[in-house]
Design a binder for this molecule. Structure first.
Ligand SMILES: Cc1ncc(COP(=O)(O)O)c(C=O)c1O
Ligand SMILES: N[C@@H](CCCC[NH3+])C(=O)O
Length: 425
């Protein structure tokens, strides 16, 4: 019986070699996804920049990959910025985001001389302006706007609505920005918006771009000549076999044509376009391997198949009711009568269902379960709940496989523990 092959690698062999649970990431798939966006933009002939959204998956190896592929990097915290700097990522290609950056983080961004900072609020514009005077380096500043757009995605990952913590509400933008010169220490070069994540429909992106172009025009009338427009990330990926596929070529073509037309209508210079995809690049490039343990049948109700990971390595089903597809990696060919409907449960002290109601070949202890499309927001959102160490991450490239993040140990869990004096002796 042949095993499940991911990016030309035998996943059962990977599970044996590195143990489970295991995140497996394919550099070849990352490259394919990133270049598909690059090619679509390059064909359109416009000035563009692709910022990989590090929040989806980031570590030093990923920074190296992103740099090799010629992408820029969007970081949202001091921790992500530190990782990028330690990996030697070029500072000028880093864009520093965050809805509530601390003063220390803003200083860190100035000191590390990042290329861009996205200001998320009026408070932050003032803060940036106050601090900028202390530094010679002037990062390009983009101002994040919440454009008031409802994207059809899970409510928790919609970020462009008016009722959102992110960005400056569209209607406040003119008064917040005031006349050019108000933020005299800043080099404000553009606007930013991000309407949400896991979006398949072009239209909300086009509506957002129109809104932003109109705003660019209004600001031009106040003396701001802003030449960059960052439309965020959010391109959806298919998690299940029948899910839609986001057509990146069609999207970029439609977007560029649309912006061309609207810019002409508004007598506006075509802006430099920036996008910030995370999930689209890394999501399909990752799978998670687990070993099946307990199989419990509740008669006439449900069969629970428990694996050796759970909401600690993939909190998305618990957080967003996210759906995943899985296969038994060591049972890829089987007869229909061997199939059964099961629910995959995690090992946490919670009802941490990873996948409810999935049809799989008969599951037995010792089988290897591969959950597909777990590259984005799994490793980066993992926790140590129940004092469970985080899994290792293995990177595949061609026929090579190498650890890029070691499995955490029980001792790692104790690293930051301290005993108060009254228990220390
Ligand atoms: C500001 C911003 N940019 C980029 C992203 C990346 O989104 P995605 O991974 O859906 O492409 C997010 C996450 O939703 C975000 O909040
Ligand atoms: N973490 C979310 C996406 C939102 C991330 C960025 N705003 C997910 O797993 O789908």
């Amino acid at each position: 019986m042949s095993n499940y092959i991911f990016s030309n690698h035998d996943t059962v062999a990977l599970a044996k070699k590195y143990d489970t649970p295991l995140y497996v990431i394919s550099e070849d798939i990352i490259e394919k996804n990133a270049t598909s966006i690059q090619r679509a933009f390059a064909r359109s002939g416009v000035d563009y920049e692709i910022n990989y959204a590090g929040k989806a998956f980031l570590n030093t190896a990923m920074c190296k990959i992103i740099h090799r592929l010629g992408l820029s990097l969007d970081v949202v915290s001091g921790g992500e910025l530190y990782t990028a700097m330690q990996a030697g990522f070029p500072r000028e290609k880093i864009c520093f985001h965050g809805s509530n950056k601390s003063i220390e983080e803003i200083r860190m961004a100035f000191e590390t001389k990042v290329g861009k900072i996205v200001a998320d609020s009026e408070y932050e514009l003032h803060l940036l302006n106050d601090l900028a005077g202390e530094y010679e380096h002037k990062p390009e500043i983009l101002v994040r706007v919440s454009p008031g757009i409802e994207a059809h995605t899970h409510e928790y990952v919609q970020t462009g609505r008016i009722d959102s913590k992110f960005g400056i509400p569209l209607r406040n933008m003119e008064s917040v920005m005031g006349e050019a010169g108000k933020y005299d220490k800043l080099s404000i070069v553009g606007l930013h918006c991000h309407i949400g994540s896991q979006i398949f429909d072009d239209r909300p992106f086009l509506i957002a771009s129109e809104t932003m172009l109109k705003l660019l025009k209004q600001l031009e009338e106040k003396g701001y000549y802003l030449e960059q427009l960052n439309l965020g990330g959010g391109f959806g990926i298919p998690y299940l076999k029948d899910d839609a596929v986001f057509d990146i070529d069609a999207y970029i073509d439609d977007l560029v044509t649309f912006i061309r037309t609207k810019s002409e209508e508004l007598s506006l210079k075509f802006p430099k376009l920036l996008v910030e995809p995370g999930r689209y690049i890394i999501g399909p490039a990752g799978i998670t391997l687990y070993e099946i343990g307990t199989v419990k049948e509740v008669p006439h109700t449900r069969k629970y198949v428990s694996v050796d990971g759970g909401m600690t390595d993939n909190p998305r089903p618990a957080l967003y009711n996210a759906l995943y597809h899985a296969v038994i990696a060591n049972k890829t060919s089987f007869e229909e009568e061997e199939e059964e409907l099961v629910t995959i449960s995690g090992r946490c002290c919670e009802t941490d269902t990873l996948i409810s109601d999935v049809v799989l070949p008969r599951c037995e202890a010792g089988d290897i379960l591969a959950v597909l499309n777990t590259g984005a927001y799994n490793y980066s959102m993992a926790s140590n709940y129940n004092r469970i160490p985080r899994p290792a991450v293995v990177l595949l490239k061609g026929d090579q496989d190498q650890l890029i993040v070691e499995r955490e140990t029980y001792d790692d869990l104790l690293l930051k523990d301290r005993l108060p004096d009254w228990y220390a002796s």
